[in-house]
Design a protein around this ligand. Structure first.
Ligand code: ADP
Length: 238
């Protein structure tokens, strides 16, 4: 066994929880870095800005407790890159929709949510649709591994691969963040495309040019360059 393994050194399995991120926050200070919380279902799964994340039985809902020493917007990319690699292990090609989603054939299959407390900890939450049903209200906007493959997928194996890739990408993040960012650029499918970005009341439409070293998105808007720190990206500009 690799003695330098961090993510997944300890796994807490729950039948049901409000949200694995909330549970992880409650225990973060008492447990070692790399502790992972996995639940069979979440009663109040959330995305960004408190938006509901459907988390019924059959999906993978987990949070990893990391203690990198300081907050960093690039930590979210560890989740996206690990999900893309996990999907590839099962023959599913996916891409990252900057900053925090993974899409497969124009549909969302996974969301990543990082939440932190100063320099004390960062919770890296991942929701991945595996064998779970997709709620009707999400319609055509979401997919699952089962839908992509046309058969159920062994979820324990998915968990194992995901923890493996999280551990690898967390190590790369700490030792060679330049490599993490290089792979992120390769995996980010919005680069070169026209996108609409909404942040609060502000909406801006432009061409996504690059993800900068600090994790922000470089956008060309009417011939001018804009740096976007965070926002909702939509691929269908109006
Ligand atoms: P985004 O980063 O895509 O803007 P969030 O991280 O805020 O989205 O995630 C919440 C949104 O994701 C919800 O508003 C809903 O549209 C969508 N969603 C909720 N549950 C799921 C799911 N299980 N799979 C795919 N998409 C979902």
């Amino acid at each position: 066994m690799d003695s330098s393994k961090v993510v997944g050194i300890r796994i807490i399995r729950l039948e049901e929880v409000d949200s694995t991120n909330e549970y992880a926050k409650r225990i973060a200070l008492e447990v070692p870095e790399g502790t992972v919380v996995v639940a069979r279902r979440q009663s109040s799964g959330r995305g960004r800005l408190g938006r509901r994340w459907a988390s019924p039985d059959g999906g993978l809902w987990l949070s990893a407790i990391l203690k990198p020493g300081k907050p960093d917007p690039r930590l979210v990319f560890i989740g996206g890159l690990a999900v893309v690699d996990t999907l590839l292990d099962f023959g599913i090609p996916g891409g990252i929709k900057w900053p925090n989603d993974v899409w497969v054939s124009n549909k969302k299959i996974s969301g990543v949510l990082t939440e932190g407390k100063g320099s004390e900890y960062v919770i890296l939450g991942i929701g991945l649709n595996v064998n779970n049903p997709i709620p009707q209200e999400l319609g055509e906007s979401a997919t699952s591994m089962m839908m992509e493959l046309g058969k159920t997928v062994p979820i324990e194996r998915v968990l194992e691969r995901l923890l493996f890739h999280l551990d690898v990408w967390y190590r790369i993040y700490r030792e060679r963040p330049d490599l993490l960012m290089a792979r992120l650029r390769e995996r980010t499918f919005i680069l070169g495309r026209t996108v609409r970005i909404t942040e609060g009341e502000t909406t801006v439409t432009g061409r996504a040019l690059d993800v900068l070293d600090d994790g922000s998105l470089l956008l060309e808007v009417g011939g001018e360059l804009k740096r976007i720190l965070y926002g909702d990206v939509s691929l269908r500009p109006v």
